[in-house]
Structures are given as structure tokens and as C-alpha cells.
Design a protein around this ligand. Sequence first.
Ligand code: PLP
Length: 419
Amino acid sequence: MRLSRFGRKFTGDSGTLKLMDDLGEAFGSGREMINLGGGNPSHIPRMEETFRAQLAALAQRPGELERAMGDYSGPSGDRTFRGAVADLLRAEHGWDVGPDHVCVTNGSQAGFFALFNLLAGPDEDGGERRILLPMAPEYIGYADIGVGPGLFVSHRPSFEFLEDRFFKYRVDLDDLEVRDDIAALCVSRPTNPTGNVLTDDELASLHGLARERDIPLILDNAYGVPFPGILFRDVRPLWDESVILFMSLSKLGLPGLRTGIVVADPALVRALASANALMTLAPCAFGPALVRGLFESGEVIALSREVVRPHYEARAARAAATLLDDLQDCDVLLHRPEGAIFLWLWCRGIPVSSAELYERLKRRGVVVVSGEHFFPGLEHDPWPHKSECMRLTYSDSPEKVETGLAIVAEEVRRAYREG
Ligand code: PLP
């Protein structure tokens, strides 16, 4: 098969493909694997009952299920749903938004692909524009989605060392340079993979920098408020027309419906809608149809606060305590879990790379994600920290997570002891 440059890039090694392959293997091979790897959300019974009830109600309303399955929506998504999203955000956060500020995408990953390549890459004057990630580790899904090479510029964070063997990454604002070739800043908050939540001050500084340069600040809110609300800190949400806010139904428990939601300046929404039209004709209509009632009633917010957040907060505390307890005799630290669905384990000075640990764990039936995939923009930085970390998801059943974490601890201890 003779591939284009794009073809080679998109079929080459990538952390995202490895992750999704592992996830497929963990669930589909018949071999009993413990998945501490992929970002699958928990199956929360109360959420699943709610989705079933919404599905039954959708099927009862004359013509609605048929429209959701049988009609293309417009390229920015169903207008009634976009209106419901805007109403919810206006009521909850007081943001001045309407349906024209909202675009639906086939999952936020597809939205990021379109957006990053709309804003960055080769420009008309022969220059190259890039996306600045103010600090890495950052979300693995960004890493390989530039059509051209070198789409990201990133920076090492600084470290805050906390009590009880926790630490927190901080944006190193002194080191942060926004060069002229930067097309946008982008951060996930809460952050995948670390569970970090940028402080209000950090976010305000990044927002200020973006506004100074008249470039957008892309905020990836896949775990944030008002839904799914997997955020354990009391921080202020942020939006204005210089912010491009990404949200998703996935971590509410609906990743199979591939529904992302972008809130942005209407001109940007039109650009994304064009990309939707070319890539997919129209975004998925089924996800929006299923949850529209929950948005119109505001129930999605109550569920996020009362069901989703407490579920993950309890899981995070339990998983962190188990792992730190199992690794008392090793020089490891955990990033403080402030949101999202992951533990980020830092094995200081470990003599074995996280890629090798990943392979050893896979042979023992436990899938994790090796840390080095989470440094987009720092690919050429020989920083040892990149291969001392791993991401562990705690969304599976507590029994499985605990069995998996015990195996992780055994392998980490063995690596410190024997190399
Ligand atoms: N952004 C972050 C930070 C994520 O963790 C994920 C998924 O894990 C996504 C975006 C993509 O979500 P989806 O494409 O399922 O909406």
C-alpha cells in the first residue's frame, strides 16, 4: 500500500492507537485483562437507569426516535439541542450564549482534530502556526492529530510538593513564552492524565496571555462543570468569546454515542460546522436526542453533582490510598487527584522505563498507560521524568482496580529492587 505523508503519519505508531488497541483487547479478546489503561468511564447504575428511561421516553414521543435515527442534522448539530445547551450554560454560569455559540461534533476528539488543523499548521504566507500547551503532561489524544508534523509547543511544569506523598504540577509562567507563531493556547482542566486542576489564577494568567496576543484559549472541559462535574476542587469556570470550550457526553457515561459539544464565538462555530460537513456530513444526532430532556430540565447538573462526582471522588480516594499504602517502601509520589478519572504515579529514579513497566504489566494481565505518551510538544526533550510516570484509571469496579493496583505495586517494587 502506497501512502501519502498524511497516510504515513496517521498509520504510524501513536500512543492513542496503542491505547485504543489495548482497550479493544482488554474487552474483546476473551482473555481476562484488568483495564487500568483506557479512559472508559465507570458504568454507574444510577446513570445507566437514567439513560434507559430517557431512551424509553424518546421512543414514546411520536416521530422523535425516527428523526434522531433517520435524518441528518445540520452540520453544527440539532438546533434545539444547541439551544438547550446554551440555556443551561446561561442559567448555570451566566454566560451570554445562544445556539449559534454551540457546535456538536462526533466526540470531542473529532472536534480537536478539526480545530487544531483549522488553526495551526502551514499558513498562507509560508509560515507554520502551532498550538501552545502551557505545560505537559497533557492529554494523549492531542499528540498525533496534526496533519503536519510539530503541531505542538509545550513546556515543563514546575512542581509543588504536598503532604502525604502527593505533588501538583504548576504552570511555569516565568518560562512560558507565547511566540509569534502560536495560533492558540490549549489546556485540559481537569487534566487528563494527571487529575490536575489548574488554579483560577493560573487560568486567568493564560487567558490574559491569549487575549494580549488576540489568539483563542482552548479549554478542554471533558471532566469539568457543569457536566460531568468530575472536579473535586472549588474553582471558577471560564468562558468568553476568546475561549473555545470543549465538552463531551462521554464521561457522563456515554462514550459510545460519540457526542462532543463546543462553545465558542459564532464565527468559530461556523468554521467547525464546515469541517463537520466535509468530514462527516453531520454530527451524531442520537446522543443529543437522548440527553436533550436532561439538559432542558437541568437534571444533568443534579446528576453530575449528586451521582457522578461523588462516585469518582470516592473511587479516587480509595485508589490513591491503596496504591500509596502498597508502595510505602518506594520513592513514589502521586499527583493529587483533583478531578478526572486517573491516578498519575511518579516513580522517582526508577531504574526501568515506564514503557518497559507497561510491557511487564501487560504480560501479567494489567493494562496501564505509560507516561511518555503524555508529553506532546516535548518529544525531543530528554527529560527523565517522562519515563518515570504512568497513568492508572480507577473507573473499573473497585475489586478489579484493587487487584490491578496490587499487581502494579508488585512490579514497581520489583523494578526498584532488581531493575
Ligand atoms: N479530552 C480529554 C481531556 C479526554 O480525556 C478525552 C477522552 O478521554 C477527550 C477529550 C475525548 O473525548 P470524546 O472524544 O470521547 O468526547
